[in-house]
Write a protein that binds this ligand. Structure first.
Ligand code: FES
Ligand code: FES
Length: 178
């Protein structure tokens, strides 16, 4: 008699670290991230794909981790909110921008908005306000009203752009010195 498959072994990269784990085949990716990996910065609001609080980056794309099974993340590269800041605690420019613009109140929704913004600015470093609103329309906030969040993204566009320019200049100087 064959037994139904109840667990599977997955190997993936989370915030730069390779991980191999046996997981229940029905476990959601969000539960794997929070419970097995202890990365509780990924929040759970609705748990059915509506609020965006559980947004992470999977191979660079913003995805809702409550809608995926952990087994479907086998072989992927995941970044959670904990993977953005530098090891010395220096905030990612997008986190810094939201901090400076007082984008959130309780901040329950913040990890989802931040990860969605990271994916947006990686793809489109200078989005219009309309594009920002469209991109963030899948993330819900119950406190702030969205003006300060949009402002946070616009601040991020400035900070992130200057960070990217600085890194290109450093690379060009490195090439010139070589
Ligand atoms: Fe995943 Fe709400 S918890 S979309
Ligand atoms: Fe409270 Fe967004 S700041 S839910």
């Amino acid at each position: 008699m064959t037994h139904p498959l109840t667990t599977a072994t997955i190997t993936l990269t989370i915030n730069g670290s390779a991980v191999t784990k046996q997981v229940p085949v029905r476990q959601s990716l969000s539960d794997f991230i929070r419970e097995d990996m202890g990365l509780t910065g990924t929040h759970l609001g609705c748990e059915h794909g509506v609020c965006g609080a559980c947004t992470i980056l999977l191979d660079g794309e913003a995805v809702r981790s409550c809608l995926m099974l952990a087994v479907h993340a086998d072989g992927t590269e995941i970044t959670t909110i904990e993977g953005l800041a530098e090891p010395d605690g220096t905030l990612h420019p997008i986190q810094q921008a939201f901090h400076e613009s007082h984008g959130f109140q309780c901040a329950f929704c913040a990890p989802g908005f931040v990860m969605t913004t990271v994916a947006l600015l990686d793809r489109n470093p200078e989005p219009t306000r309309e594009e920002i609103r469209e991109e963030l329309s899948g993330n819900l906030c119950r406190c702030t009203g969205y003006h300060t969040i949009i402002k946070g993204v616009e601040t991020a566009v400035e900070l992130y752009g200057s960070t990217q320019e600085a890194s290109v200049t450093e690379q060009e100087e490195g090439c010139a010195d070589a």
